[in-house]
Ligand binder design. Structure first.
Ligand code: NDP
Length: 328
C-alpha cells in the first residue's frame, strides 16, 4: 500500500461535491492502492455546515479502506496545507439580477484567495482542477495568484464537455463510447466551446466519413454546447453526477496517465495553435507520468478557425474584465 496523499475538495456540501467525494474515497480517482486523506473546505454558512456534517457521517459509514483521514475546515490554509490534489468545486452561482460581470467579480475574489493560499502552503507538485464556473477564468485567476507554483499545476474542467461529445457520437453511430477516440473540445467551458470531430475515429474509421457534416454542424455541436442548460430544464438542477464523474476522469488520467487516449483539459496555453500563452484554454491532451502534453500538429478548416477565434475572444474578454478589478 502506498503512502497516503492529501486531497482537498472545496464546496463539499454542494451537489457536485456529494457526487465526487465517495468516488475519491473509494479509489476511483487515484487507484485501488492509493490511500487518501480528505480535507474539505466549506464556508461558515450554517446550512452548508450542517449538510457537510451529514456528508462526513456518510463517508465514515462507507468504511472505505482507502480513506485514511477526513477533516473539514473553513480555513483555506488549513485546507490546502501540503495538499497533493485540489478539486475547486465551490463557486458562487449566478443569483437573481446578477450580471455576468458581477459573477466574474464574485468568483474572482474566491479564486484569488484560494490561489494565494495554494501558493503558500500546497505541495509544489499539487494538481488543481477548477470545476466552479466560469472555470477557465477561475483557473487562470488561481494560477496567476500562485506565482511560486508552476502554471502546469492548474487546470479547468472541460472533460464533461468531451464526455458529452463522445456520448453523442456513440448514440448516433451505435458504437460503444470506448470505440470512439480523438474527440477534442477547444476553448472555454461555455456555449462558445468547439466540440471537434475532425480527427475523431469510430471503430477505427474517420468519424467525418461516417457522420454527415450537417449533423455535426447543426445537431452535434449545439447539443454538446447546450447540454448543461437542457439538463437544468429537465432535472430542475444542474448536472451533478456527470460533472462529478468528469472531475474524477480528469484527475485520474492526469495522475495515472491516459494510456494514449486524448483527454480534453483546460490548461494554460504554451502558445500552441496561436492561443496566447497562459490563457486557460480547452485543448486535447495526452497524459503520462503525472504530466500532460497538448496534442500537436492538428489542422483546422475555416469554420473551425472561426469557432476557435470566437471562444478565444470570449476568454480574452473574461480575462480582461477580471484584470480590471484584480490587478493580476
Ligand atoms: P452547489 O450550489 O450545489 O454547491 C456549491 C457548494 O460550494 C456549496 O456548498 C457552497 O456553499 C460552496 N461554496 C461556495 N463558495 C465556496 C467557497 N468559496 N469555498 C468553499 N465552498 C464554497 O453547486 P454545484 O455543486 O452544483 O456546482 C459547483 C460549481 O460547479 C458551480 O460553479 C457550477 O457552475 C460548476 N459546474 C461546472 C461544470 C464544468 O463542467 N466545469 C459542470 C457543472 C457545474 P454555500 O451553500 O454556503 O454557498
Amino acid at each position: 500500500m502506498k503512502t497516503p496523499v492529501r486531497v482537498t475538495v472545496t464546496g463539499p456540501a454542494g451537489q457536485i461535491g456529494y457526487s465526487t467525494l465517495f468516488r475519491i474515497a473509494s479509489g476511483a480517482m487515484l487507484g485501488p492502492d492509493q490511500p487518501v486523506e480528505l480535507r474539505l473546505l466549506e464556508r461558515t454558512n450554517s446550512t452548508s455546515q450542517s449538510a457537510l456534517k451529514g456528508v462526513m457521517m456518510e463517508l465514515e459509514d462507507c468504511a472505505f479502506p482507502l480513506l485514511h483521514g477526513l477533516m473539514s475546515t473553513t480555513d483555506q490554509k488549513e485546507a490546502f496545507r501540503d495538499t497533493d490534489y485540489a478539486l475547486l468545486i465551490g463557486a458562487r452561482p449566478r443569483g437573481p439580477g446578477m450580471e455576468r460581470a458581477d459573477l466574474l467579480e464574485a468568483n474572482a475574489q474566491i479564486f484569488n484567495t484560494q490561489g494565494r493560499a495554494l501558493d503558500e502552503v500546497a505541495k509544489r507538485s499539487v494538481k488543481v482542477i477548477v470545476v466552479g464556473n466560469p472555470c477557465n477564468t477561475n483557473a487562470w485567476i488561481a494560477m496567476k495568484s500562485a506565482p511560486s507554483l508552476s502554471p502546469k499545476c492548474f487546470s479547468a474542467m472541460l472533460r464533461l464537455d468531451q464526455n458529452r461529445a463522445r456520448a453523442q457520437v456513440a448514440k448516433k453511430t451505435g458504437a460503444p463510447v470506448s470505440h470512439i477516440h480523438q474527440v477534442a473540445v477547444w476553448g472555454n467551458h461555455s456555449p462558445t466551446m468547439f466540440p471537434d470531430l475532425s480527427a475523431a475515429t469510430v471503430d477505427g474509421r474517420k468519424a467525418t466519413d461516417i457522420l454527415d457534416a450537417a449533423w455535426i454542424r447543426d445537431e452535434f455541436i449545439p447539443t454538446v454546447a447546450k447540454r448543461g442548460s437542457e439538463i437544468i430544464k429537465a432535472r430542475g438542477a444542474s448536472s451533478a453526477a456527470s460533472a462529478g464523474a468528469a472531475a474524477i476522469d480528469h484527475m485520474r488520467d492526469w495522475a495515472l496517465g491516459s494510456a494514449g487516449e486524448w483527454v480534453t483539459m483546460g490548461v494554460p496555453s504554451d502558445g500552441s495553435y496561436g492561443i496566447p500563452e497562459g490563457l486557460v484554454f480547452g485543448f486535447p491532451c495526452v497524459c503520462r507520468n503525472g504530466d500532460y502534453d497538448i496534442v500537436q500538429g492538428l489542422g483546422f478548416d475555416d469554420e473551425a478557425k472561426a469557432r476557435i477565434a470566437k471562444t478565444l475572444a470570449e476568454l480574452e474578454s473574461e480575462r480582461d474584465a477580471v484584470k480590471a478589478f484584480l490587478k493580476l
